[in-house]
Write a protein that binds this ligand. Sequence first.
Ligand code: PMV
Length: 320
Amino acid sequence: MRATAIAQPNIALIKYWGKRDAQRNLPAVGSISITLNDLFTEMRVEFDSHLAADSLSINGSADEAMLPRLSACLDLVAGEPRSRARIVSRCNFPIAAGLASSASAFAALTVAAAAASGKSLDAEALANLAGRCSGSAARSLYGGFVELESRDRDIAVRALCGSDEWPLCVVVAVTETGPKAIGSTEAMEISRKTSPFYSSWVERQDEDLNAARAAIKDRDFEQLAVVAEHNCLKMHSMMWASRPPTVFWNSVTMRCLETIRMLQDDGVAVFFTIDAGPQVKAICLPEETDNVRASLASTEGVIDVMVTGLGEAARLLDVA
Ligand code: PMV
């Protein structure tokens, strides 16, 4: 029983940060994201009753560090007891560096594992399983603009607008390539337990979700820009105020924000967002992409710049 699936990462414009239920990995707040097109993770899962243990290779090298989380995902999707599996992953962008690699990895793994274990599940069921493994992964089960609603016992995920209905572009400025110092699960718990701003973050999330949903419906770039930047800065402020503080930014992150402010002052339709890492994602109208890319590429300290449009849902490539 073998299956291969592919998924693209997604970038939240209205962020998920904090858990309602850590055991079930349920988010404390809803979120809205865009699924990307040109970055991807491909996962092949092969269950084999002769294997003594699960194994994982990422881009051709064995990886022990990530294996326990992926094995737990297989337990959840295939059910226990199960045959051990060979997992082969291919990813075309830096892993665990704040580029949402866990979103595409767990979305692809969930789709591949379900097919390889003979389960036929709809997108909602797959999103719930992927979300148990990584909260943001649930959103990569859908393409374009995606909303994740956090409910008492589960999540509901739906597409708000297709990738071709409002084809925005994303320019990612890579400011550091190493893995981040702290994982999002741990950092979220520190925020929840110690940040004086955590409760107002949770209480006021619906305002931002409503504003973003309306902006997407009206294709109002300026409105989306204002609420997305505000939500991102609120999330990072909450982390900066936790004990110990969680600071994902470096000095180049800040310089990229200055570049984006300069572009905005010149009337360029662009805004930023930053996740659990130091990379800056600039979202812009397609006609501004070359300008935004060139400006970020020439910002001092930027290591690399990636450009992508919006993409489709996670999907199965083959089953054997
Ligand atoms: O899904 P996780 O546990 O990797 O957390 C994602 C957290 C953020 O990327 C910062 C926000 C989000 O909604 O994707």
